[in-house]
Design a protein around this ligand. Structure first.
Ligand SMILES: [Zn+2]
Length: 472
């Protein structure tokens, strides 16, 4: 922190203390003064490589909360993969609000990064680093919101709980799974806010914010081709690599049929109102009951807006292909993995049959990876009730744009919470739509976030949380 930052922060603290003493928390913090602190936490969190262990980052979070006067607990199943929980007490007139952020990130290929992936380099108005938009922006905003609520002694109708969790990226038994199994009373809430929404910027302007109210269900499908092994000099009809290759190739053209549920229908209807006339036509067509119009629009989306194409059907993406080990040996087996993202309500067993039919090759076995259990459908969060409406009001106040309910094509840790009856909504910091195709999206080779949007996102969190929890 600079000397000036330090000075203004201490002025803020003094002002907050005297206001609190008078029992009048301000409606708005001094946002300029908050920026240094936000950036300090954000950069610190990115600088911890949390792709394999969250330990040091969790200790940092606990310390930051403790220093702010918010007692925080570290809870874990695996000491290298801890979770942090903290609670601000409210008057108990309403059930709690949970702020959820994950500490871990996916792994990196450092050679693909312009700036080192854990450097949190500030350049040209951006901050670069793994986790910059998944999920250290949400995490920072949640932590900073807790700190501000405490500093300004905002009177609360309900408890506000922070869960900084581990293992979101593929080890949820250590994060949300563990917390739900062993510590549910500590995180039980009426509402939960987490990642999963997208605030869309185009040509430098925020256009709209999607609020995730439901999500696709992830299922892996494994394809195994078997044949007779032999000498590479004698080609065989049963060559499993050839069979698997043509099986996988089918998924360039074949897709499950369109499935538009209520959320997706609302999403495209509202998006059509904000879009250019050309785009609006596709958005209206894709939810049309006329299958010809809908299919043509879905094809257009697949080519031009793949993110949207994945919302209108269960998606199948072949992402791993393994087979063979020597150039002169025909292997007896080859395997491929399909990443299947099911629209809620899709019948998994029927889908597997469709995939078998599409492949149409008895030499290729098709089965769900990791067992065949199906997640039961979970109702979407209501977009006509308090949680969504509070977010909608906050989005309007901070960005002056509409909020649209959406289904994320990827899974989040809100699913098990929704399954327990919690109303959950996913939000996100504002990101240039153009950045995705430049390789700066979530899980991409690189990640970055505009500094100005990090700060606006903290404001959004503050608006949402105070809207839902401030004593009236
Ligand atoms: Zn994430």
């Amino acid at each position: 922190m600079t000397r000036r930052g330090l000075l203004s922060a201490s002025i803020v603290i003094c002002a907050a203390v005297s206001l609190a003493a008078q029992g009048a928390a301000p409606r708005q913090p001094d946002w300029k003064a908050v920026e240094d602190e936000t950036m300090r936490h954000y950069q610190a969190l990115i600088r911890f490589d949390t792709s394999a262990t969250e330990k040091a980052a969790a200790e940092y979070i606990k310390q930051a909360l403790d220093q702010a006067g918010i007692p925080a607990q570290i809870l874990f199943k695996d000491p290298e993969r801890p979770n942090v929980v903290a609670r601000l007490k409210g008057a108990g007139r309403k059930r709690p609000l949970l702020l959820l952020g994950h500490i871990d990130t996916v792994t990196v290929d450092a050679s693909k990064w312009r700036f080192p992936p854990f450097s949190a380099t500030r350049d040209g108005g951006f901050v670069y680093g793994r986790g910059a938009i998944d999920d250290k922006d949400n995490l920072t905003a949640a932590i900073e919101t807790m700190v501000l609520l405490k500093r300004y002694a905002v009177p609360l109708d309900r408890d506000v709980i922070l869960l900084a969790e581990s293992g979101e990226e593929g080890a949820s038994n250590l994060g949300i799974g563990y917390m739900m199994a062993e510590h549910y009373p500590e995180i039980d809430a009426e509402y939960c806010i987490a990642e999963g929404g997208d605030t869309i910027r185009e040509r430098g302007e925020v256009r709209y914010a999607t609020v995730q109210v439901t999500e696709k269900v992830v299922r892996g499908v494994e394809l195994t081709a078997r044949g007779i092994s032999g000498h590479g000099s004698v080609p065989l009809k049963s060559n499993p690599i050839a069979h698997l290759g043509s099986a996988v190739g089918k998924f360039a053209a074949w897709q499950p049929s369109l499935r538009i549920d209520e959320t997706t229908g609302t999403y495209f209807r509202r998006l059509a109102m904000l879009a250019s006339p050309e785009q609006a036509k596709y958005y209206r067509d894709v939810i049309s009951p006329d299958p010809k119009l809908a299919t043509a629009a879905a094809d257009w989306l697949f080519e031009h807006e793949p993110r949207h194409a994945s919302m209108v059907r269960t998606s199948v993406s072949p992402n791993i292909f393994t087979g063979g080990y020597r150039s002169n040996v025909i292997p007896s087996e080859a395997k491929a993995r399909l990443d299947v993202r099911m629209v809620p309500g899709e019948d998994a067993a029927a889908l597997l049959d469709q995939i078998r039919k599409a492949i149409d090759d008895p030499a290729v076995e098709v089965q769900f990876a990791g067992g065949s259990g199906q997640r039961p459908p979970v109702p979407a969060t209501r977009s006509d009730a308090e949680l969504f409406k509070s977010i909608e009001a906050a989005v309007a106040a901070v960005y002056q744009v509409p909020a649209i309910p959406s289904m994320s094509t990827y899974a989040t840790d809100m699913w098990p919470l929704r399954a327990r009856g919690m109303q959950c909504a996913g939000i996100g910091s504002a990101i240039d739509l153009e950045d995705q195709s430049k390789g700066f999206g979530m899980h991409s080779d690189q990640e970055r976030l505009l500094e100005s949007e990090l700060h606006r996102f903290v404001r959004l969190n503050w608006e949402i949380v105070t809207g839902l929890a401030r004593a009236r």
